[in-house]
Design a binder for this molecule. Structure first.
Ligand code: UDP
Ligand code: MG
Length: 312
């Protein structure tokens, strides 16, 4: 790494999954950003825009090939199948670590304000290793997205996963951080939590969010659920603890029931509590199932980690 942080080689890492509509404008904008930053003497002219094609089924890959031919500052990786946003990001960052002094990850859809990069770089120059982009408001999101996003952060906090509210994957990482990240070999990656847990000097920079430039959100509700599940299970064992606590509460209620039944029996009254029997049966059955599912989630993770499959 350079002794000073002046004039770093910057790689802008952009995951793309079926982004053929936005690519022409995205590439133009990021290349212009690089040109401007180089002209202002803020980054080296070896800086690059690095696209990661996450196994797109549309013309994304062809567009990237064409872009690369037109401008050598465009590089791209192409994953053979859809590995998910987090893995695509990781692939890009781990590639960048060999060439760049710092990398900024950003979405392809231009929702995040590109001009916040100036501030990111100012922080980097001052010695900050991780700069988190934090969105100012969620006005541009639809109601569903806003509600699910709030639920997501609420759930993450309740379950003990350490994430920054309203920070998605728009951030700057120094080479040191990229190298540290490379030492994590886990398969189940949740970068927002993982990067936070690395330590290093960090700061937050607010930025504005606009509408998606073109195309549809690539995060289906199912993918969002997956992300939340990954986030919780890869960073916290609180769900397991909640199961045990629920178990204790169940047993306590059971004891109360037994005592009550005994009293009723000794008083010689006929037991007519068929309904309550059924309810408690269902309740306990249901809770057992949920608990088992939760345990299964962890066992599944252990299984996946034990396999040591490549992540991308
Ligand atoms: N993305 C990806 N793989 C996926 C899903 C999404 O690489 O399986 C990329 C996508 O191309 C975009 C970024 O992740 O650059 C964020 O996705 P999107 O904008 O659709 O999510 P949203 O902003 O709606 O949360
Ligand atoms: Mg988006």
């Amino acid at each position: 790494m350079k002794a000073t942080r002046e004039n770093p080689i910057l790689y802008i890492v952009i995951p793309c999954y079926n982004e053929q509509e936005v690519l022409p404008i995205t590439s133009k904008l990021f290349l212009k950003k690089i040109t401007d930053l180089v002209a202002a003497g803020k980054i080296s002219d070896d800086s690059r825009v690095l696209f990661v094609n996450d196994g797109s089924s549309d013309a994304t890959r062809d567009r990237l090939v064409a872009l690369r031919k037109r401008d050598a500052r465009v590089c791209f990786l192409s994953l053979s199948t859809n590995c998910g946003h987090q893995n695509a990001l990781l692939a890009g960052m781990l590639y960048a670590k060999d060439y760049a002094d710092c990398a900024i990850t950003i979405d392809a859809d231009l929702q995040q304000d590109v001009n916040a990069m100036d501030e990111f770089l100012r922080c980097y120059a001052k010695g900050v290793d991780i700069v988190f982009g934090v969105r100012r408001s969620r006005d541009t999101d639809g109601l569903l997205k806003r509600v699910t996003a709030q639920a997501f952060y609420g759930l993450m906090h309740a379950m003990g996963a350490n994430v920054i509210r309203n920070h998605a994957d728009y951030r700057l990482l120094s080479k040191r951080v990229l190298l540290a990240l490379d030492q994590y070999t886990e398969v189940n990656v949740f970068l927002r939590g993982l990067i936070r847990s690395l330590g290093f000097v960090s700061c937050e920079v607010p930025f504005d969010v606009s509408e998606r430039y073109a195309g549809q959100s690539k995060y289906s509700p199912a993918k969002m659920m997956r992300l939340a599940m990954d986030g919780i299970t890869s960073f916290s064992v609180r769900p397991l603890r909640i199961i045990s606590i629920t178990g204790f509460i169940c047993v306590f209620f059971c004891l109360c029931f037994i005592i009550y039944d005994l009293v009723v029996f000794l008083q010689g009254e006929a037991i007519t509590g068929w309904t309550s029997m059924m309810i408690s049966m269902w309740l306990i059955g249901g809770m057992l199932m949920i608990s088992l599912g939760c345990v299964g989630e962890y066992v599944g993770k252990i299984y996946m980690e034990a396999k040591r499959r490549p992540r991308y």
